[in-house]
Each structure stands twice: as structure tokens, then as C-alpha cells.
Write a protein that binds this ligand. Sequence first.
Ligand SMILES: C[S@@+](CC[C@H](N)C(=O)[O-])C[C@H]1O[C@@H](n2cnc3c(N)ncnc32)[C@H](O)[C@@H]1O
Length: 201
Amino acid sequence: MAYYSSNAVPCANWYDSAKVGILHDLLRSVAKTRASVLEIGGGSGRDAAYLVRLGCETTYTDGCEEMVAKALHLHPELAERARCAPFPLSDDDDLLCERFDLVLCAAVIMHLDDPNLERLASQVARLIVDGGHLVLSHSRGHQCGRDSRDSDGRLFLERTPAIVDEIFDAVGFREVRLIENSDGLGRDGITWTTHVLQKMP
Ligand SMILES: C[S@@+](CC[C@H](N)C(=O)[O-])C[C@H]1O[C@@H](n2cnc3c(N)ncnc32)[C@H](O)[C@@H]1O
């Protein structure tokens, strides 16, 4: 999180400029008006603000305080339901008592090692109502050393779509859609996989 704390302002300005038409079309297809939605690692607030425009009851979170502050500066309409929430959450976090129709977690899980991703997966399974959806994206192609860290020290653990499916399958999700697309920020060599997963009753 240290990288995002030190670079929240330039990162958020940059993320807010990303081309995300494919993601927003996907969100529109799964998010019903007045659905309750949680965003994890929401960065600039770009997608949470879009969900608010769709009429969803949107809770924006990010693990980095400075990023939350910048997102609220860019999108003040998120203020009512915004908070810092580093995942996986501690077991006594109040957020774990809430339930959502949809959880969005875009471009975050590469920064989590396997034990933390498995804890995030079981917390997300708890946070989503039966039949609800998880929209989850992750990248491939970042330039990293053998320790899977980039030159800024950020962890970029690259996982195949099958491995991500396996982790979420183990906590009760089944895949309903899988989309591969190019980088919304125009970077050569970086590709994205977006999973739409449904929580089985
Ligand atoms: C690459 S940015 C993506 C931001 C946004 N979701 C988007 O698609 O533009 C990753 C974001 O995840 C946040 N983040 C990183 N690790 C996190 C964690 N363990 N829990 C919650 N947020 C985290 C960072 O602060 C940053 O805002």
C-alpha cells in the first residue's frame, strides 16, 4: 500500500482517465437499479461514481487513506458511503456484517499474495447475498523482477483465469462470464481478464 499512499494524487488522476467502456457495459448488465454494491480497491472512485449514476446504493472502499481522500475530492457524491478498507479485513470489521448484491474488485488482486487472496475470497463470499455477483479483474504483462515486484516495489502476482476461478469456486462461486481485453490506460503488453462470478445458494 506504500506506493499508493505516496502516489495517490497522480495515480487517481490517471485512473480516472482510463477507457473503461467494456467494464461499464458489464456493470450495467449485472447491476440492477437500487442494488447494493461494494467496491473494493476503488482507486479514484471512477467506477463507484458510475454505479451511483446507475442508481445503485454504492459503498466505495479502498485500502489506502490517501486514495480515499483523493477519490472523494474527484467524486464527492461517494462521501456518504466511503471508507478505508484494506482487504482482507480484520475478522471483527463491521463491514463484514453487511450484505451486497454486487461486489466490484478491479485491478487489485495482483497486489495480494495467495493466503491474502484466499482470505479476501472467503470474505467476499460472506459479503455477497446468494445469487449475487462478483466482478473481478486482474492483469498480466507488468514488467517485474523475479520477486514479482515492479521497480516501485508493488507486488504483481499474475494468475491464470483458471487459477482465479479455482480460488473463488472453492468458496461457492461459479463463473458466468469471462472477458479478455486490452489496457484501458493504453499500455503496450498489458492485458486484463474480467470475471463475472455468481454466488451459488
Ligand atoms: C491498480 S489500482 C486500481 C484502482 C481501481 N480499481 C481501478 O480499476 O482504476 C489498485 C487499488 O487498490 C488499492 N489496494 C491495493 N491493495 C489493496 C488491498 N489489500 N485492499 C484494498 N485496496 C487495495 C490501492 O490503494 C489502489 O487504489
